[in-house]
Design a protein around this ligand. Structure first.
Ligand code: 5CA
Length: 200
């Protein structure tokens, strides 16, 4: 892993102190080294706050490299692309409800399978709809902490991994979690909604 800055908590008096030698450590729950050292970007802090408010202790990690796409995120944290959670927004029709599909990075979403779970037709969200419903911009949409309640569907392929990584509000911010935590924090329905992505 190539983290040169790991920021896992709110600003405190210690800022801008940072570990002198970046260590290849994935900050975990209540990590004694990295928690509280550096201020997170506001959008990542919003995700950290949402996690804490929901009772989750996951760390939020800010990466030096962009993790705007699943491939970039996998390269940045040093995991398989399938371990990256893509948080994709759809719009159910005719209700207009927002549907979040938490898909494995190795999959594209089978929209018919999602429609069957939701019980309505679904269409891809526009960037404006994504921003309005989640409060985040494409590339950093997290699976939690949204502006509006969303219906969630979790790609069952994610359950095969011990640890997965999701976006944390910003293209440079991610957080590690278990599949079980993803299901609990989204209240999502686990379903087979993935099709092999081109090249995956
Ligand atoms: N930070 C990374 C890894 S966690 C991330 O957010 N990946 S993602 O897959 O969840 O978000 C990028 C996704 O946004 C793309 O896969 C694509 O499905 C969607 N997207 C990109 N551009 C648009 C667009 N113009 N309109 C709607 N959706 C888009």
């Amino acid at each position: 892993m190539r983290f040169n800055t790991i920021r896992t908590g709110p600003a405190n008096g210690a800022w801008p102190l940072r570990p002198r030698t970046p260590r290849p450590v994935v900050a975990g729950p209540a990590d004694p080294v990295y928690n509280g050292r550096m201020p997170l970007k506001p959008s990542a802090q919003k995700v950290l706050d949402a996690l804490r408010a929901a009772g989750f202790e996951n760390a939020v990690v800010e990466l030096p490299d962009s993790a705007r796409t699943a491939a970039e995120a996998a390269a940045a944290v040093g995991c398989e692309v399938g371990q990256i959670v893509k948080s994709l927004l759809f719009r159910a029709e005719p209700s207009g409800r927002a549907v979040l599909v938490a898909a494995s990075g190795r999959h594209r979403v089978d929209e018919r399978a999602v429609a069957a779970v939701v019980g309505e037709r679904i269409g891809r969200a526009t960037p404006d709809f994504v921003r309005e419903q989640t409060g985040f911009a494409i590339g950093g949409v997290p699976p939690v902490g949204h502006a509006q309640p969303v219906i969630a569907v979790v790609d069952e392929a994610l359950l095969a991994y011990e640890r997965i990584w999701a976006a944390a509000g910003h293209p440079h911010a991610v957080f590690p979690l278990t599949p079980d935590e993803l299901v609990r924090m989204t209240g999502g329905t686990v379903a087979r909604v993935g099709l092999a992505a081109a090249g995956a």
